[in-house]
Write a protein that binds this ligand. Structure first.
Ligand SMILES: [Mg+2]
Length: 191
């Protein structure tokens, strides 16, 4: 199967990445658990609006962007490597242009087992059998445009259930789910 996997909030811990850098630069003590809604960075930081947050996260002053040095969530890499033995891992990540090179470098550094990376907003344009994403809007759009695929919401404090999407709580659950699906998927069609 083709598994369409989002990066930030699913494989890459974007929140820990920007929070760690922010705490060092501004002497704050923000913690990951404070992120309980989408775009929480706008409310948790001193930046007057999100565009200034993104200017900072994109390292407008020089140096790599926040996307260059993210850690991976526990179990994500091991699971992707395991699933890649029988399936194609297709990276689907919404990124601004300035983050593209850092994202490719990060995927290489982490040795994400993929031959296919798409940086785009409309993830449904890339045909996959299963999608895994933490963005409410992305999951909604995938359910709407890909009725024949399985769409999974990676349950996080910043998203909500989407009708038609399956909830996944952690990487071991995703691994078991794909292994069940692969049994169904590999059955010969009834004659
Ligand atoms: Mg995401």
């Amino acid at each position: 199967m083709r598994l369409g996997i989002d990066l930030d909030g699913v494989v890459a811990n974007f929140n820990l990445g920007w929070i760690t850098r922010y705490n060092v630069e501004f002497g704050t003590k923000l913690t990951e658990d404070l992120v309980d809604h989408w775009d929480a960075a706008g409310d948790l930081t001193h930046f007057p609006d999100l565009s200034e947050f993104w200017d900072w996260a994109g390292a407008a002053g020089g140096g790599p962007s926040v996307f260059r040095n993210l850690t991976t969530y526990p179990g994500s890499l091991a699971t992707l490597n395991e699933l890649a033995m029988n399936h194609d891992i297709v990276v689907l990540s919404m990124k601004p242009d300035w983050a593209a090179a850092d994202t490719f470098a990060w995927v290489a550094d982490k040795r994400i087992p993929t031959r296919e990376i798409h940086l785009l907003r409309d993830k449904w344009k890339v045909d996959c059998d299963v999608y895994l994403d933490d963005s409410y809007q992305a999951v909604q759009a995938l359910v709407e445009h890909r009725p024949d695929s399985i769409v999974c919401r990676f349950v996080r404090p910043w998203n909500e259930p989407v009708a038609g999407a399956r909830d996944i709580h952690d990487w071991s659950e995703f691994c078991s789910f794909i292994k069940e699906e692969e049994c169904v998927w590999s059955q010969p069609a009834p004659v």
